[in-house]
Ligand binder design. Structure first.
Ligand code: GAL
Length: 721
């Protein structure tokens, strides 16, 4: 019997021995999720199958009631709305002993007449690993087909993950009972592969998922080569094996392995060590989300996109944004639910494993948001419901928007843009941009969000690169020519002194008038990384200082440093350093984190030398991602004429009379500027600032416009003082 308690009380209570269940109408990622009996859902590392015929979702997953072991098998839950799940019992039951094949009513009946009972027990014994089950329906055989990672000791090793097999089970009903069939090693790296993560153990299969394409072709996707390489293998018509092992066209596997690479299977990013695959298709493209391989600990997810499932998968990116993006919000991917693929409605399913208490591991379900081009985004929500999916589909911006601004300026963005909505319709629509002037005060990529009120409040994101004028040096420490290094420097060409050299050692006697000091440093990361992830570090036992020296003309400079710790998951904030410019401490005890950080400071050079030192104050050793040295030409670019232009750029955001009065004022000062009457310029500029202050207080000039013009006015005044 079901009882409902009042809304707002999420926890079941026991009254007179009855468990109470409050119906869910939202998702609460990371919180304990109760089934309709009021018990915590046990479907870890799982996946969802939607049964078209009975319009019901089925959630299959590892039952970890006993913790890691003894395994209980695969549990299944049913739901009509994705919020409320009814326990349908064990879909696949793990087996305790050989005796159960004769004594247990269910097991004896399921496996009656089977001659491979010992093998079955060896695969799905309660002392075995049965992980990441997924189910799809086969129209031809009318069977529900479950695939899973089957592991345990092998003939040669007692280790728990030595077997590395994929196994499958069949059922006539979505809720089971599934009858276990067998497990095997799967596809193999081609003989001539450049890379092979585990040549001695061909065909390994561990973390896995299934994907059924629109034409009914199904694929098994699994971590192979000791988890170093992800494989995508086509399944045969009955979904009971990878096709690559049946080149002879027989029911039995071929006696030798004859699979054709690119036709029967492919390997995705050999050596990238990805786990926990989840695959889905949107607007004709294939998306795969994976995790790194750090056991039960979370790590950053990555996704990759391809036009063809056996085609070229594009470089991997992290879909998560915001706080905890580097741990995928403390979760590991397991499946993506295509709720309404036509409309761009997909749900990311992850597991928040609790290594010390696996049964209380929770689930992290989040909406998948489609960005520009083929970008996907995962954002955290404490609580959300399906209505949010209305604004997740892709909306493409057709209007050309700025890609770069000069440091200190804010981009000028239109109030109306032309878009193509997720159903392919093109239209003009109003947009409300959210901008923080602070974001434009340091070099780097700034993401600006715009909300489309006429399109269900869909949020679109654009990226604008902030680059100062007059960059003299831009050094990517370590020397990796990453894509973003190329992009940033493309805007510095007129002033950059180190155009051809990304990084070098300081050796003035040999004309190397800038660079890292000494030979106790090493580069880390590569071209495939970015400006932050590739860096230079001080090698262990090499003292405390990582220093770069530059021979520079005397004058005023601004120095910016890019800092990041790619190993933050293990250093956890222990890596600390003082940051010094010419021997003076700029930042004390800087803590390296997993955030892409930029710090900057002004330095006056009077002896033709600039030293940037990262001095270790706590282990491990210091490191630096990039250094940018900016001259003061930037200021000279600002004059009254440029201020008039800036003002005109913002004309539409100002009341007409306000625009007019500011314009008149500046035109007058421009007159003095032409006559080089410094005193008058300074006097009128300070009045101009007062005038704006007054208008700002009256709510007629926004903070943003005020800040930009005030800063410019001060620069002009400083030039003439
Ligand atoms: C994870 C994997 C899980 C489980 C775990 C065991 O990396 O994704 O499915 O096998 O390791 O440590």
């Amino acid at each position: 019997m079901l009882n409902f308690v009042h809304a707002g009380d999420p926890t079941p209570e026991t009254v007179d021995g009855l468990e109470l269940y409050k119906e869910n109408d939202s998702f609460k990622p990371g919180q304990i999720w109760m089934d309709t009996d009021g018990k915590a859902i046990q479907a870890h590392g799982g996946g969802i199958m939607y049964d078209e015929q009975i319009k019901t979702y089925y959630w299959y997953g590892e039952d970890k009631t006993n913790g890691y072991l003894p395994a209980r098998g695969v549990r299944v839950y049913s739901s009509k709305d994705l919020y409320n799940w009814k326990d349908e019992g064990l879909a696949l039951t793990a087996i305790e002993s050989m005796e159960q094949f004769t004594d247990d009513p269910l097991i004896s009946q399921l496996y009656k007449g089977r001659e491979d009972k010992a093998d079955i027990l060896n695969d799905i014994g309660t002392d075995r690993v049965i992980e990441r089950p997924k189910v799809i329906y086969n129209e031809k055989t009318r069977k529900y087909v479950m695939w899973m990672h089957i592991d345990g000791p092998s003939e040669t090793s007692e280790a728990m993950y030595a077997k590395a097999h994929a196994g499958y089970a069949l059922s006539d009903s979505p809720t089971g009972p599934f009858v276990y069939q067998e497990s095997n090693r799967m596809d193999r790296a081609p003989e001539d592969a450049d890379y092979n993560g585990m040549p001695d153990q061909p065909g390994m299969a561990r973390d896995m998922t299934l994907f059924k394409d629109d034409d009914g072709t199904a694929y098994l996707i699994y971590s192979s080569e000791e988890n170093m390489t992800m494989y995508i293998s086509k399944l045969n018509d009955s979904y009971t094996d990878v096709v690559g092992w049946h080149r002879d066209g027989k029911e039995d596997r071929d006696s030798t392995y004859k699979a054709v690479y690119g036709e029967d299977y492919i390997r995705v990013f050999p050596g990238a060590q990805r786990e926990a695959p989840a695959l889905f298709k949107y607007q004709g493209k294939y998306y795969m989300i994976t995790s790194g391989a750090t056991g039960w600990d979370p790590n950053p997810a990555r996704y990759t996109v391809a036009d063809d499932i056996f085609g070229d998968w594009q470089p991997m990116r992290n879909p998560a944004i915001g706080e905890k993006a580097s741990t995928t919000f403390d979760s590991q991917s397991t499946h993506v639910i295509p709720v309404d693929p036509e409309k761009g409605k997909f749900i990311f399913m992850g597991d928040r494993w609790k290594a010390s208490d696996l049964k209380n591991s929770t689930y992290v379900w989040l909406p998948i948001e489609f960005g520009q081009e083929d970008e996907i985004i995962l954002q955290w929500y404490d609580e959300w419901d399906l209505s949010i999916l209305d604004k997740m589909g892709r909306v493409t911006i057709n209007t050309e928007l700025p890609k770069k601004v000069t440091l200190g300026e804010t981009p000028n963005l239109p109030d109306t843009i032309n878009v193509t909505d997720s159903e392919g319709k093109q239209m003009d629509t109003s947009i409300i941009w959210e901008m923080d002037t602070e974001d434009f005060s340091k070099p780097g990529m700034v993401t600006i969000e715009g909300t489309l009120p006429e399109l269900a409040d869909k949020v679109v994101r654009i990226e604008i690169l902030v680059i100062p004028n007059d960059v003299k040096y831009f050094v990517h420490a370590g020397g990796a020519e990453t894509n973003d290094y190329k992009l940033w420097t493309s805007y510095m060409q007129e002033t950059l002194l180190n155009k051809d050299i990304i990084d070098q050692q300081y050796d003035p006697e040999n004309d190397q008038t800038w660079g890292y000091v000494g030979d106790r440093t090493s580069p880390a990361g590569s071209e495939g990384g970015d400006l932050f992830s590739a860096l230079r570090y001080l090698t262990p036992n090499s003292g405390t200082d990582l220093t770069y020296t530059f021979n520079l003309d005397n004058g005023d400079y601004t120095v910016y440093l890019g800092l990041y710790d790619p190993w933050y998951n293990s250093t956890k904030g222990s890596r600390k350093a003082d940051i010094l410019f010419n021997g003076e401490v700029h930042t004390k005890d800087y803590v390296f984190t997993d955030a892409y950080d930029v710090i900057g400071g002004n330095v006056e050079i009077s002896n033709n030398l600039l030293d940037v030192t990262i001095r270790k104050t706590n282990s491990p050793d210091p490191q630096i991602s990039w250094i940018m040295i900016v001259g003061d030409e930037q200021k000279k670019d600002v004059n009254v004429s440029s201020m008039l232009e800036t003002l005109t750029d913002h004309q539409s955001e100002l009341p007409e009379s306000v625009f007019h009065s500011l314009h008149v004022h500046l035109t007058a000062v421009q007159h003095y500027e032409r006559q080089e009457k410094g005193e008058k310029i300074v006097k009128h500029m300070s009045r101009f600032i007062k005038l704006m202050e007054h208008q700002k207080d009256n709510g007629q000039v926004s903070d943003d416009i005020f800040n930009v013009l005030k800063r410019d006015a001060e620069t002009v005044m400083a030039d003439w003082q």
